[in-house]
Design a protein around this ligand. Structure first.
Ligand code: PMP
Length: 378
């Protein structure tokens, strides 16, 4: 039996999502833009999922726009808002630990002439809401802060930062990449004070290539994708109705027990951290302030890839960092003050509520065996 501990990279689709996808492909394959009943039924399926997602974050269903995933949601939101609101306000504030889909979009906006301010964690590995607020001024058109960092699990003070920003600079647009928080940490859009929120289907036990952007009523985005005007012109292109249906089914399963799953995963994390801290030479990079769903550890002396493949041979799947970067260094661990020796040997263990105590015990034992074998054989 394989042990899958790479849930921050992607999750196993749940049975309900798979059924919703296949049912939709077999029975509801109309184009939602068609004027006949089959088109209408496809549109109704999409609108039903808009309601499910909206309910999960206490939003208006009319504010949910479907995309091909969070990479697209982030690109749409950031470039669209910067171009719409940044003509006389060239400053954009973000963090230095964002996912590549935000980081590289910011690089692009920087090349376009925007002034990008990236906030790094302080000496204690924290980003405070004051740090974020202090970086914002009346020339700032946009602020983008992720909810949970995907490599280390660090939970950012989005709520407090956005509250302060909206109080002081109500015109400033706020965006949150909530991919690693959605369905794991409960939030309501009104409490988050976010004008735009990106989410992804495949991180919540639905399929890949589907996601959504929450866009507060009244927020304008300059058009990025030109075409048939679907999704009220925000995102042209025929909607992937089967995958959207699957995402709705997954949200329906998860949204009723976010707190119970969080508690269960927290217990797993605590148990694993206790066990792993008893092994000399293993260090835990994810502190207590991190999401329990992501545990980043370092085993100095064994390069991440070596350990990853050693574990893989034993049917245990973890990540060497962010799956999006295919082993390439993202620099996020360095931002947290983790030195190269620790960063080069970092492993990301990311959980879902289906993981068990037994699985994590087996992982800890195998890390210990690996250290005996690989360090001694050097
Ligand atoms: N943001 C974060 C924080 C992520 O972890 C990911 C996925 N690794 C993305 C954005 C991109 O999501 P998608 O794969 O749906 O494009």
């Amino acid at each position: 039996m394989s042990i899958y501990l790479d849930n921050a990279a992607t999750t196993k689709p749940c049975r309900e999502a798979v059924k919703a996808v296949t049912d939709c492909m077999i029975e509801n394959y109309g184009n939602p833009s068609s004027l006949h009943t089959m088109g209408l039924n496809a549109q109704l399926a999409a609108d039903n999922v808009r309601k499910i997602i909206a309910k999960a974050i206490a939003a208006d269903p009319g504010c949910i726009y479907f995309t091909s995933g969070a990479t697209e949601s982030n690109n749409l939101a950031l470039i669209g808002a910067a171009k719409a609101y940044g003509k006389r306000k060239p400053r954009i504030v973000t963090t230095a630990i964002e996912h590549a889909s935000v980081k590289k979009t910011m690089d692009h906006l920087g090349e376009e002439g925007f002034e990008i301010v990236r906030i790094s964690p302080d000496r204690n590995g924290q980003i405070s809401h004051e740090q974020i607020l202090n970086a914002v001024d009346d020339r700032t058109c946009l602020v983008s802060i992720m909810m949970v960092n995907n490599e280390i699990g660090y939970i950012l003070p989005v709520r407090r930062a956005f509250y302060g920003i909206k109080k002081k600079f109500p015109q400033c647009i706020t965006h949150c990449d909530a991919v690693q928080g959605f369905m794991k940490i409960p939030f309501k859009v009104s409490e988050l004070n976010a004008d735009m929120i990106s989410i992804s289907g495949h991180k919540i036990h639905a399929g890949k290539g589907v996601g959504a952007l929450y866009l507060k009523k009244g927020i304008r985005l300059e058009q990025r994708i030109f075409g048939g005007g679907q999704e009220k012109g925000i995102r042209s292109g025929t909607e992937n109705i089967p995958m959207i249906a699957g995402m709705g089914a997954a949200v329906k399963v998860l949204c009723g027990n976010i707190d119970q799953r969080y508690e269960k995963v927290e217990k797993l994390k605590n148990m694993f951290c206790q066990k792993i801290s008893e092994i000399e030479g293993v260090y835990i990079n994810s502190g207590e302030e991190c999401s329990p769903y992501i545990i980043n550890i370092s085993v100095p002396g064994i390069r991440s890839e070596i350990m990853l493949h050693y574990l893989e041979e034993r049917d245990i799947y973890v990540s060497s960092g962010s799956a999006c970067s295919k082993g390439a260094k993202s620099g996020v661990l360095t931002e947290f003050g983790i030195n190269d020796r620790f960063a080069d040997s970092a492993l990301r263990i990311s959980l879902c509520s289906e993981n068990t105590v037994q699985e994590l015990r087996i992982l800890a034992e195998n890390i210990e065996y690996a250290m005996e074998r690989l360090i001694k054989s050097k």
